[in-house]
Design a protein around this ligand. Structure first.
Ligand code: BV8
Ligand code: ZN
Length: 257
């Protein structure tokens, strides 16, 4: 089947579904100019493996170095704009009766594109917290209220422990509320749209299988086959910035038809 035929088939599945979950990975932000996790990093950071840096061990071994990496990425994210793929996901909310968005991304672009119910599985790079959560979990620290610079990890104003990005590092548990909600909605939905993830990082990668086992239609959008593709009922092969707007147009037409 052609991509156009598969998009039509996907739109019909959307119109039969009552409860839709969208699950996104770094690929949906690729057309906003943000490199995906498995792509080589650029510039100063190209010789470092993100999976080595995004860990508590790396941070406590060399806090200023990892802090600088996050400040650099925070700058890239702040300069980036949501792309048509983010806007298409936001528009889907108004076309279906119930939609929950689960994202592995920490770039805040779904919220900036207008999505209203976003479950951030891996936190948010624009939020910072006390590394020991001295005032409760999480103890969010507003960087504008403390002295800090791009090169040195700041200290908590309450307890003097290091301040860190409010993101989930490898080897750390996901926020309980986020992962509990993600498992619950994945088991209840009629349709899961999986966009821009290689399906490698757990436990996020197990959500599409949970949805499929619970009877949901699984639709994947990715320019390349991934670990998710074998369990997708419909594979829309292409960049999400192009495919998702076409899918939303087809859903809108099928609804009005
Ligand atoms: C956990 C925030 C319980 C930080 C991220 C051994 C020791 C310790 C742990 C493990 C271990 N073995 C396995 C684990 C579990 C580990 C894991 O899964 N590791 C993997 C590497 C095997 N997971 C964890 O540690 C998680 N916690 O399990 O807790 C626990 C506790 C203690 C000990 C054990 C277990 C925490 C995982 C969260 C890590 N934090 N981000 C930061 O960003 O700095 S994950 C990070 O990587 C991203 O957030 C993202 O989620 C992930 C990358 O995945 P993708 O989003 O899929 O990106 P990727 O590059 O892989 O793929 C991009 C896709 O886009 C591709 O398919 C590409 O084709 C596609 N694409 C490209 N262009 C486009 C496109 N798609 C659409 N349009 C385009 N234009
Ligand atoms: Zn503190």
């Amino acid at each position: 089947m052609t991509l156009a035929q598969n998009i039509q088939k996907a739109a019909e599945a959307f119109n039969r579904a009552e409860f839709i979950v969208v699950s996104t990975g770094s690929g949906i932000s690729r057309e906003s100019g943000i490199h995906t996790f498995r792509e080589a990093q650029t510039g100063l950071w190209e010789k470092y493996d993100p999976e080595e840096l995004a860990t508590p061990q790396a941070y406590y071994r060399n806090p200023d170095f990892v802090w600088k990496w996050y400040q650099y990425r925070f700058g890239l994210v702040s300069d980036a704009e949501p792309n048509p793929g983010h806007y298409a996901v936001a528009e889907l909310e108004s076309l279906v009766s119930r939609l929950v968005l689960l994202t592995q991304n920490i770039d805040n672009l779904h919220a900036r594109a207008g999505s209203t119910d976003v479950v951030e599985l891996h936190g948010n790079i624009s939020r910072f917290k006390c590394s020991v959560n001295c005032q409760g979990d999480p103890t969010v620290i507003d960087l504008n209220t403390i002295d800090h610079d791009e090169d040195h990890a700041p200290h908590c104003p309450y307890c003097d422990a290091l301040v860190r990005p409010d993101v989930v590092w490898f080897g750390e548990n996901l926020p309980a509320a986020a992962i509990d909600r993600a498992f619950a909605v994945s088991a209840q939905c009629d349709l899961m749209l999986v966009v821009g993830t290689s399906g490698i990082v757990q436990p996020a990668a197990s959500l599409p299988m949970l949805a499929r086992r619970s009877g949901a239609v699984v639709i994947e959008v990715n320019p390349n086959p991934s670990q998710i593709t074998p369990l997708a009922h419909i594979f829309l092969q292409g960049p999400s910035g192009e495919v998702l707007p076409r899918l939303v147009d087809a859903v809108r037409e099928a609804r009005s038809g």
